[in-house]
Design a protein around this ligand. Structure first.
Ligand SMILES: Nc1ncnc2c1ncn2[C@@H]1O[C@H](COP(=O)(O)OP(=O)(O)OP(=O)(O)O)[C@@H](O)[C@H]1O
Ligand SMILES: [Mg+2]
Length: 224
């Protein structure tokens, strides 16, 4: 069963040692030199499994990795069959305009902000923060009143203590929220407020940097 076909990978449900799992298979990019392609793919797969290991050690929820097959470019991981991406949860599950939905959206933003705060506290830069890369996993089947948030898609992630790197991570999220959820412009500030609560001192530094990064971005779009 094919779940998604992105720019880099094909995602499908399969099995690993008889157990249902999710397979993330990165395809060969014909326009790249084969050696370079191999190297990039390997780096992405390494980044993904390393970051997931770090998350696990830090108590951050991610899919468990069962097996990494560099030869066939596949990662076998835990499949959250009853989950929605936070993008789906917002666009397909919450109904626009309902005050109850507003509250749920706020709760989600707080959850995402705290989660990014935790990632950064542990010096994990995600590299591709979008609402497609957080899974909303209900605690009991089909009941989204209570859920846990799971981070996925660590192919562009890396380890860094730098406030600037963390700021860029957040900038990526802001751009993604503005384009994907343009009807809910309050989301980003809600995420950021929650982010700040995790580790006030270091998050403040990141937010100051973030404002610089954003100003640079503005300048670029004015010129370009
Ligand atoms: N462990 C999982 N359980 C359930 N669904 C998942 C899981 N991992 C991925 N998905 C689904 O597949 C989609 C794509 O996965 P993912 O974000 O890892 O790949 P991608 O965006 O194509 O990869 P990349 O950005 O590395 O090219 C997710 O948005 C989600 O809908
Ligand atoms: Mg993704």
């Amino acid at each position: 069963m094919l779940l998604s076909q992105g720019a880099e990978a094909k995602i499908y449900v399969g099995d690993y040692k008889g157990k249902q799992c999710l397979i993330k298979e990165r395809f060969i990019k014909k326009y790249r030199h084969p050696d370079l392609d191999k190297q990039i793919t390997k780096e992405r797969m390494r980044a993904e499994s390393k970051a997931i290991k770090r998350c696990t050690e830090s108590g951050i929820l991610t899919p468990e990795i069962f097996y990494v097959d560099f030869e066939d470019r596949k990662i076998f991981m835990q499949y959250f069959s009853g989950s929605l991406t936070s993008k789906q949860y917002i666009n397909e599950y919450l109904s626009n305009g309902l005050s109850e939905s507003e509250e749920k959206l706020y709760k989600l933003c707080v959850g995402i902000g705290e989660l990014i705060g935790k990632l950064h506290k542990n010096n994990i830069i995600h590299g591709d923060l979008t609402t497609s890369n957080f899974l909303v996993n209900p605690k009991s089947k089909d009941n989204f009143d209570e859920y846990e948030l799971i981070v996925i898609d660590f192919g562009l992630s890396y380890y860094s203590q730098s406030a600037e790197d963390k700021a860029v991570d957040i900038y990526v999220l802001e751009r993604a929220l503005l384009s994907t959820h343009s009807n809910s412009p309050q989301m980003f500030n809600q995420v950021l407020d929650a982010y700040e609560t995790v580790d006030e001192k270091s998050c403040r530094e990141v937010i100051t940097k973030f404002e610089e990064v954003r100003a640079r971005g503005r300048k670029r779009t004015m010129i370009g």
